[in-house]
Structure formats: structure tokens, C-alpha cells
Design a protein around this ligand. Structure first.
Ligand code: NAD
Length: 345
């Protein structure tokens, strides 16, 4: 397989670099020796999960073409991870908002083409897969061809599938080298763990931590807990992004763990880490997504000779430790605030 070499002489752009995966990617690129990393995100900088002092950090709305043009100026590689997204609770209730991320990818592709960008990475999702293939918890892992005939997740998944397609046509029609990975549930430290956009692994950690600190030993689970998923640790995601970017793969490819677990099984893992057993209640009306989903890793193994391998229990241990620290720090900050506002003068 021929490998596509990065152009170290030009800046690298990480769009959405204030987010979970983008923040880790910026840190990884700097670690690898890239000296010129531009990081753009719409959030105010104090809300970025990571903020590398040696990167060029910019706050800008990438739905606007002029901001995409400025972001792509002189750039060799673009990693587009900018997206208005969240876990199932967010995407099921914000379909229009999710679809509006199409403005980001459209304008980023146009700007990248005009700026003569060498390589363009797009973060797609397992939510592009046909819903009919995900009705049974006892899943057949999804292979890349299962995205068609198209019946993706409403809103978010349609936007991802359309944007994938746009990457393909920018490559065919304009020669912009695009690389597309379909991420499967990425988790790890330094990501969203509360506020409504968090995904199942972080939400479970937070709920178990809250239960153990409060003494209320109960947990609410969305759905019947028998829905199945695979979860990809951030280190595997980062490794996969780089392998895919440096490869000659010009079609979308799965980037996900194939370790299948039920949501009840995920709770078992988190309870074990937290050293606690909780009473479970099941909210059957809450958003729960498809009944079953796993990643078929035949293509990534055949083409790149590698697939994500971090065991869920190991990745969850690190994630739990980080969320616990954040949780306790926030509780302490809140109680300090209460004591200073209620202190007698
Ligand atoms: P994230 O929400 O932490 O990061 C996305 C970042 O994009 C955020 O910091 C957000 O502020 C930024 N953004 C949103 N709108 C923007 C705009 N108009 N201009 C500039 N920046 C904007 O999410 P993440 O988990 O890091 O996901 C990164 C990418 O990977 C996204 O495209 C997401 O759809 C995709 N993905 C993630 C997962 C996962 O499990 N985390 C799974 C599948 C796909």
C-alpha cells in the first residue's frame, strides 16, 4: 500500500480543536513534532477541553465561508472534527441543528479546495448506517457497504452521510484528497461528561460517581439496558485517524472497536471500577438509539493491518478516574461559592 506523506512545511488545521477528539488530536500532532498546528473552534477558549500553548488557537464559527477561508490559508492538511453534536439525548432532540453542521463541511471543503490543501480528513460516524441493519441487539457487525441503501440516523446521520458523499465528489471532481473515517462511540478523558451532550460511557461514569458520593445508590438507565454497542478508546481513535490520513484509502472506513457490550454490561464495568453496586431503573421513554451496533473491522485490518484493541474495561478505568476528579473539583467549587455568597458580612 502506498502511504501519503504529510507536508511538514505547511500548517495543519484541526477544525473543532476545542472539542474532545480535536483537543487530543492537537496534542498528538504536537507530540509527533508538527510545529505549526492551527486549532479553530466556535467555543470560547476557556471552554476548550485542551488548549495547547504552542498551537495557533482561534475562536471562529466555521459555518461561515470567510472563517473557513481564513482557517485554511497556507494549510497542508485539514482535520475536520467540527460539528454540533452530542450523545443520543442531544441528537434525537436537535435534528435540525445537527443537520446545520453541513454548512461547516461544505464551506471547509470549498475553502480547502481553493487554498490548495493537500489532504482533508472528515470525521464521519457509525450513525450513517442503515437503521434496518441495527434492529437486533444480537448484531451482525456493520461493514462499510451497509450504509447503503441509505437509511441513516435521522438528522445527525443524514448530515454525516451527505458530507461523506461531498468529500467523495470533491475528490473525484476537484482532486482534493479526502479521507473519511466512521467513528464508533469514542470515549476517554477530557471530553463531555455532563450537560446533555455526553455519551453513554461518560454518562455512566458520572451517574456511578454521583451515586457513590451522594449515598443514593440508584441509577437510571435509558432503554432496557439490553441494547448493544461497541466503544472506542480515544488513543485508538487517534492512531486510526493518523493511519487513515496517511493511507491511500479513498473510501469511508470504520474506525471503531469490535468489543460488543450491552448497556447493562457497561454499567457492570463502571460499577466494578467504582467499587459499588447500584439499584437499576430503566427509563423506556428515554432516547436509546438503535438496538444493536458493532463495527466490522475486516476492511481496516485488510487495508491498514490494524484495528482498535484497547479493552473497554481499561479505557473506562482511565475515563472514570478523570471524570471523578472533575466531578469532585466542581462540587468543591460549588460549595465554596455557596459558602462565600452566604457568609455573614
Ligand atoms: P465535540 O463536540 O467534543 O467536538 C466538536 C467541536 O466542534 C466542539 O468543540 C464544538 O464547539 C466545535 N464546533 C461546533 N460547531 C462549530 C462551528 N460552527 N465552528 C467551529 N467549531 C464548531 O465532539 P467530538 O466527540 O470531539 O467529535 C468530533 C467529531 O467526531 C465530530 O464531527 C463528531 O460528529 C465525530 N464523531 C464523534 C463520535 C464520538 O463518539 N465522540 C462518534 C462519531 C463521530
Amino acid at each position: 500500500m502506498s502511504h501519503v506523506k504529510p507536508d511538514f512545511g505547511r500548517p495543519v488545521l484541526v477544525a473543532g480543536g476545542g472539542g474532545f477528539i480535536g483537543g487530543h488530536l492537537v496534542a498528538e500532532l504536537l507530540e509527533q513534532g508538527y510545529r505549526d498546528v492551527r486549532c479553530v473552534d466556535i467555543k470560547e477558549m476557556d471552554r476548550w477541553y485542551q488548549n495547547a500553548a504552542s498551537a495557533e488557537n482561534v475562536v471562529a464559527d466555521l459555518t461561515l465561508i470567510e472563517n473557513c477561508q481564513a482557517a485554511c490559508e497556507d494549510v497542508g492538511d485539514v482535520y475536520n472534527l467540527a460539528c454540533d453534536m452530542g450523545g443520543m439525548g442531544f441528537i434525537e432532540n436537535n435534528k435540525a441543528l445537527c443537520m446545520l453542521s453541513v454548512l461547516i463541511n461544505t464551506h471547509m471543503l470549498m475553502a480547502a479546495k481553493d487554498a490548495g490543501v493537500q489532504r482533508y480528513f472528515y470525521a464521519s460516524s457509525a450513525c450513517v448506517y442503515n437503521a434496518d441493519k441495527q434492529t437486533n441487539p444480537d448484531v451482525v457487525p456493520l461493514k462499510e457497504a451497509d450504509a447503503y441503501p441509505a437509511m441513516p440516523e435521522d438528522g445527525y446521520g443524514w448530515e454525516k452521510l451527505f458530507s461523506e458523499r461531498m468529500c467523495r465528489h470533491f475528490q473525484e471532481d476537484y482532486g482534493l484528497m479526502t479521507r473519511v473515517a466512521r467513528f464508533h462511540n469514542v470515549y476517554g478523558p477530557l471530553g463531555t461528561w455532563d450537560g446533555g451532550r455526553e455519551k453513554a460511557p461518560a454518562a455512566m461514569c458520572r451517574k456511578v460517581i454521583a451515586a457513590s458520593l451522594s449515598g443514593d445508590h440508584s441509577i437510571e438507565i435509558w432503554g432496557d439496558g439490553e441494547q448493544t454497542r461497541s466503544f472506542t478508546y480515544i488513543d485508538d481513535c487517534l492512531k486510526g485517524i493518523q493511519l487513515i490520513m496517511n493511507s491511500d484509502l479513498d473510501v469511508p472506513i470504520n474506525l471503531g472497536s469490535s468489543e460488543l457490550v450491552t448497556i447493562n454490561g457497561l454499567v457492570d464495568i463502571v460499577e466494578k471500577i467504582g467499587g459499588i453496586k447500584l439499584e437499576r431503573s430503566y427509563n423506556l421513554d428515554a432516547p436509546k438509539g438503535v438496538n444493536g451496533r458493532n463495527s466490522d473491522n475486516t476492511m481496516i485490518m485488510n487495508r491498514l493491518g490494524w484495528a482498535p484493541g484497547t479493552r473497554l474495561c481499561d479505557g473506562m478505568e482511565k475515563t472514570y478516574q478523570w471524570i471523578e476528579k472533575e466531578f469532585v473539583a466542581r462540587q468543591q467549587a460549588e460549595s465554596h461559592q455557596v459558602s462565600t455568597t452566604t457568609a455573614p458580612v
